[in-house]
Design a protein around this ligand. Structure first.
Ligand SMILES: Nc1ncnc2c1ncn2[C@@H]1O[C@H](COP(=O)(O)OP(=O)(O)OP(=O)(O)O)[C@@H](O)[C@H]1O
Ligand SMILES: [Mg+2]
Length: 304
């Protein structure tokens, strides 16, 4: 009789698989740790999506730190082209040097500047390459990028040199979902959506930044923070980084939150650290003016 196929069990994972387990400066859920380890083991880019401030960019820094690898950052802009990531030929510098008689302008190699992808390929060690905010570029960018990542080598036309990667970089791609990414790109990536931290996770994140901070100030601050996030109709909900800034000013100023919670926007000290749109302030002011019974029906109590 053929024995039934054994179910894979998480407790029996090969120890080499769990290479990334977070760092003391970054709170990574088990699912996020798994996504990083899957990407490492499949040697595929890790695509991270999630609300602003959920730690997408910071994760790449901590993957590099946790694995003892160098980090190369590529901040994508609306005009970024995949080829610029490989190298650019600095003709302006060469022209200047020719005009002012600086250096040997015949040596074209001096004017080849590797981009982040080029540096990641040329590196003698495996590196973490962060491609931050991939959705800012045009729709061709992700596909062109994949092509370059697949080939893992490039030809510098001007010098007729070929740069071949010795190691496939650990690629972390972040996106704020401003645009949908092409299917072909999604197919080749390991995808993870970073959920907005629940209160327990947020306490752990706060603890990373303000070790030992607990007690009433933190309880009250979290209540106001999550209360604000629950207010319907806010255009820009406060994010983790805003909460951390707010806690920092609360601590620095010694300000206290009103007993029983705020009754109006003016009761929240340094509200501008959390709420940054005029329209949202108006929403909050209108909410504070509503009859109490109305407000109490809407989830967490806020501006009772
Ligand atoms: N899991 C976490 N552990 C520790 N700190 C965190 C974590 N998540 C967020 N933070 C804090 O929040 C800040 C914002 O994180 P980060 O810039 O990585 O967010 P993001 O998802 O890249 O946001 P955006 O989409 O706006 O670029 C970090 O600098 C850090 O202080
Ligand atoms: Mg970011």
């Amino acid at each position: 009789m053929i024995p039934p196929e054994k179910e894979p069990s998480l407790t029996e994972e090969a120890p080499t698989f769990r290479r990334f387990t977070g760092t003391d400066g970054y709170v990574a859920s088990r699912a996020l740790q798994d996504a990083v380890n899957v990407a490492l083991s499949l040697e595929r880019p890790l695509l991270l999506k999630g609300e602003p401030g959920t730690g997408k960019t910071l994760l790449a820094h901590h993957v590099a730190r946790g694995l003892g690898m160098d980090l190369i950052v590529w901040n994508v802009k609306s005009t970024t082209k995949a080829r610029d990531g490989l190298y650019v030929y600095d003709t302006v510098q060469r022209l200047n040097d020719a005009r002012f008689g600086e250096g040997d302008v015949r040596d074209i190699r001096r004017y080849i500047r590797y981009g982040p992808l080029g540096r990641a390929f040329a590196s003698p060690e495996r590196v973490v390459l962060l491609i931050d905010e991939v959705d800012k570029a045009d729709i061709e960018f992700p596909n062109d990028l994949l092509q370059e990542l697949d080939v893992m080598s490039f030809h510098v036309l001007e010098t007729d040199e070929v740069v071949s990667a010795r190691h496939r970089p650990m690629v972390v791609v972040t996106s704020n979902a401003e645009k949908e990414l092409p299917d072909a790109f999604l197919r080749r990536c390991v995808f993870h959506y970073i959920d907005f931290p629940d209160e327990d996770q947020m306490r752990a994140i706060v603890d990373v930044h303000f070790p030992g901070l607990a007690g009433k100030l933190l309880d009250d601050a979290l209540q106001v923070f999550y209360g604000l996030r629950d207010v319907p109709g806010l255009r820009k909900k406060p994010s983790t980084s805003e909460l951390l800034d707010w806690i920092r000013v609360l601590l620095a100023s010694g300000a206290r939150l009103p007993e029983g919670g705020p009754a109006a926007p003016g009761d929240v000290p340094f509200l501008g650290t959390l709420v940054k749109m005029e329209e949202d302030l108006q929403t909050l002011t209108a909410r504070a003016a509503r009859p109490a019974a109305d407000v109490r029906t809407a989830g967490r109590r806020f501006f009772r």
